[in-house]
Design a binder for this molecule. Structure first.
Ligand SMILES: [Zn+2]
Length: 412
């Protein structure tokens, strides 16, 4: 069979697999045993609300996913990418970096225009229907525009850096790209709160009081240095709750959503922070940055080999690996490989979440607040309480709520 056909069949299989998994996630897990466990902590209505929220816009979601695959397919299996590149070369007098930027903009614009109806339906209409979003239509437009601009800005920087490396270092790019991405992630994790967070949120240092005293005490127990604790105004956008850490060493900062402080007791906030500290003390951020560096390195080796192989076969109109028109084909390969690698990453993630949960229990010695937090968060976010086990195994980055609660119950 021709290689082109193999790739096409793989794309179709990926579409079928994705749609199949969506159906499993629709069905969920209605085993009586799970039901009994859940009903010890939740009501039947909680379960139903989770099902309803999880199933929202089911057919629209499948439709949107299929459109994405069709666009990718069109770019890979027709001469569209080449024609766009040739046209851009003509209007820029063959200026390579200008072509890279314009090609990226055209690609992003097509993506953006096609995704707008879906973003509006899921991010605005349904989020209001389920009582999450507090944004007016204008606020939503501003938020969406800001996100798109930030995305395009970063995309251009990364595209130019990758294009430069691929074109200038035609023998060593496989080693340089992973190093580049490692440096970018390290820099980005420090710059994010300084550059990106202020675009979307106002944040201020936490007020003096009992909560702050408890946070300082918790950090002392955990023997970690924290530069500052900030509260950010998520309530402007939604009722979703969260907390996270940024930075390294003595530069570490804690960010708490104001929604978390409003909806939870101080002990529960401490439990959430204990979990975040758990990620720190087990070096999860560092592990995942290093892990993805290794993954990118392997991916570069595969893509380099693959590109030469396909180019020799003459089944696709390919110029050079650094030509923008080669991107869609490389994307397709990355996306097919991702079907296999993302379940591995999710399994590692779930393992790390359990580690962090255990650390929270050790640090706070407060099972009750841990379990109450899990219950409240699942309720507030209308989490699916009975997801299908395959969906959890392949796609969930966190263990399902009831597993986290049962782990805490058994923890000594
Ligand atoms: Zn976590």
């Amino acid at each position: 069979m021709k290689f082109r056909k193999i790739l096409f069949v793989l794309l179709i299989l990926q579409v079928l697999f994705t749609v199949g998994m969506k159906f499993l996630s629709y069905i969920g897990d209605d085993s009586p045993e799970l039901q009994t466990h859940i009903l010890k902590y939740f009501t039947q209505s909680d379960i139903e609300k989770g099902i309803e929220y999880g199933r929202r816009g089911f057919f629209v979601r499948i439709f949107s996913q299929i459109i994405d695959f069709i666009i990718l397919g069109l770019f890979v299996f027709t001469s569209l990418a080449n024609r766009i590149e040739n046209y851009l070369e003509k209007i820029t007098n063959n200026r390579y970096y200008a072509v890279v930027v314009l090609f990226f903009l055209v690609f992003s614009l097509i993506e953006f225009i096609l995704s707008i109806p879906f973003q509006f339906y899921f991010g605005y209409i349904l989020e209001h229907q389920f009582g999450f979003s507090k944004m007016t239509f204008i606020e939503w437009v501003i938020y969406t525009a800001k996100s798109a601009l930030v995305g395009v800005g970063f995309g251009i920087v990364i595209a130019l850096a990758a294009a430069f490396t691929l074109k200038t270092f035609q023998k060593t790019w496989k080693y340089l790209l992973p190093i580049g991405s490692l440096s970018l992630s390290l820099i980005f994790s420090i710059l994010y709160p300084i550059l990106i967070t202020p675009i979307f949120y106002d944040y201020k240092p936490i007020e003096e009081g009992t909560l702050k005293t408890k946070i300082v005490a918790l950090c002392e127990t955990a023997k970690i240095q924290v530069e500052d604790v900030y509260v950010i105004n998520e309530s402007k956008y939604s009722g979703h709750t969260n907390a996270y850490f940024t930075g390294w060493g003595n530069n570490r900062k804690i960010f708490l959503y104001d929604t978390l402080i409003k909806n939870h007791t101080e002990e529960e906030v401490i439990s959430v922070l204990g979990h975040e500290i758990g990620h720190w003390t087990h070096n999860h951020q560092l592990t995942s940055i290093l892990g993805s560096t290794i993954e990118i390195f392997l991916l570069c080796l595969i893509l380099g080999f693959f590109f030469e192989f396909v180019k020799k076969g003459n089944e696709f109109i390919l110029k050079e690996i650094y030509s923008p028109s080669s991107l869609p084909l490389l994307f397709l390969v990355i996306s097919i490989l991702g079907t296999f690698t993302s379940p591995i990453w999710n399994t590692i993630n779930r393992y790390q979440e359990i580690q962090a949960d255990k650390e929270a229990l050790i640090l706070t010695n407060d099972k009750k607040s841990f379990i109450d937090t899990e219950i409240k968060m699942a309720r507030d976010n209308k989490s699916r309480l009975n997801p299908h086990p395959w969906v959890v195994n392949l796609y969930y980055s966190h263990p399902k709520t009831i597993d986290r609660i049962l782990m805490a119950e058994d923890f000594k």
